[in-house]
Write a protein that binds this ligand. Structure first.
Ligand SMILES: [Zn+2]
Length: 437
């Protein structure tokens, strides 16, 4: 007997679209995928049948980079470039954030990701004032129920530098205490990773210690690098080489490293990404909003660089709508290369799903998107309709580990009305405490 049958939808598989197709889910995993109508016997034996008529069923989407603490800081940049925006607004607000405010920001950020079809999110966790702030994110992730990686942000050089031994010790504890930790809501996972802020705020010794510890624990290093021209200058000043070469010379650039942004990289650095099998996390909306530049993604794809998409924090995007990010990735690449054939929709959808496929034995992490609306009808081609015509608000249902976390846009774990009210109240007192009127 199946726990869940998803019937009558268009199902995206590695072999192409099954339309109509159906998916059988049992014990959190995909038990069968097939084209056509599900039989009456199958419908009758399933505990639950989800009608996906007029909808596309995708492998769950991944948001490869965000900062939940910034959920309360949307729309604040007001034309400031990256460093002024950080120094004048974001850093003071993050420093003043209470544990309760962190929990609200994380809840809202997670709900926003879920409602946009994200089943796995990487939070580059910026507010590390106390361990309670980090526990607040863990709790929120448990409540909302999507897969979550907390890449604990740290810096051991410059303003507000942390003591290296203390950070390493803290990470050892997080890895130990969250090993195999399943999410109480959905059975989804919660993991930790090393999250050095930027190359110019980290010492050689500590990034290596943190990287080795991450790899030993089956995890990775997740770092902002080569985001702006200033960023390159600061890396040259501090380390005498560009961010990417510094990471490579230390031996950090590799299959266990995720380099976020990588806007200002040269051909040799693109070759290095490919040779070392490092992952680049592309955040096109944030790069555009902050005027940082356009990452050379088509060149990276040509060289076989592993790629993931991220929204970046809501303060520099200013949403966490992964659909907007997918379309912006396509748009920026095409306007930059003057080539309408680069980054086709099918490639971008696979990238947004982080290469996952709807196949037998895979975890049942699925995103169901409504295509029967004024922006998508008529549907000539599913991939184009999803990438060019849909928004995050078209996501109807999200399933993680076989559990339905949202259906008909209703999130089951959180009272959204109360959450929105609490977040609106919280930002007023937070602004006051941070001295931002
Ligand atoms: Zn970021």
């Amino acid at each position: 007997m199946a726990d869940l049958l998803i019937a009558d939808g268009a199902v995206r598989t590695a072999q192409g679209w099954l339309s109509p197709g159906y998916i059988v889910i049992q014990d959190g995993k995909i038990q069968a995928v097939a084209v056509g109508q599900a039989s009456e016997a199958l419908r009758g034996s399933a505990s639950r049948v989800l009608n996906a008529s007029g909808k596309a069923v995708l492998p769950g989407l991944t948001n490869g980079h965000t900062h939940f603490s910034q959920t309360l800081m949307r729309g604040l940049a007001a034309g400031r470039p990256l460093m002024r925006w950080l120094k004048e607004l974001i850093w003071p607000l993050q420093a003043a954030m209470s544990v309760e405010e962190m929990q609200l920001a994380a809840q809202l950020g997670l709900v926003e990701n879920l409602k946009c079809g994200v089943t796995t999110v990487i939070d580059h966790h910026k507010v590390c004032t106390t361990r309670e702030h980090t526990r607040a994110v863990i709790e929120a992730a448990g409540e909302v129920g999507i897969n979550c990686v907390i890449a604990r942000l740290w810096a051991d050089l410059g303003v507000n530098a942390e003591d290296a031994d203390a950070v390493v010790g803290e990470m050892e504890e997080w890895y130990r205490s969250t090993k195999e930790k399943a999410n109480p809501t959905s059975g989804a996972y919660l993991r930790f990773a090393s999250g050095p802020g930027t190359p110019w705020r980290c010492s050689d010794e500590t990034i290596l210690r943190m990287h080795d510890l991450a790899v030993k624990n089956g995890s990775f290093t997740h770092i902002h690098a080569a985001e702006t021209k200033d960023d390159i200058e600061m890396s040259l000043e501090k380390h005498g080489e560009t961010s990417i070469r510094w990471l490579d010379n230390l031996g950090v650039l590799g299959p266990n490293s995720q380099v976020v942004h990588s806007v200002w990289v040269d051909d040799e650095e693109i070759e290095l990404f490919a040779e070392r099998n490092a992952l680049v996390v592309h955040c096109p909306v944030s790069n555009a909003v902050l005027g940082s530049g356009i990452a050379p993604i088509p060149q990276m794809v040509e060289k076989g660089v592993r790629l993931r998409l991220g929204t970046d924090g809501p303060a520099s995007n200013d949403t966490q709508d992964i659909f907007e990010t997918i379309k912006m990735a396509l748009s920026l690449a095409r306007v930059h290369s003057l080539d309408a054939a680069v980054l086709p929709p099918a490639f971008l959808l696979s990238t947004a799903a982080d290469g996952k496929n709807i196949q037998v034995g895979a975890p049942a992490d699925l995103t169901v998107v409504n295509l029967e609306h004024e922006r998508a009808v008529p549907v000539h081609d599913y991939d184009s309709a999803l990438v060019l015509c849909c928004h995050g608000t078209d996501v109807d249902t999200v399933i993680v580990g076989g559990k339905i976390l949202m259906e008909g846009r209703k999130v089951f774990s959180v009272d959204e009305t109360v959450l929105l009210q609490e977040c609106s109240q919280a930002i007023r007192s937070l602004r006051k405490r941070a001295g931002i009127e």
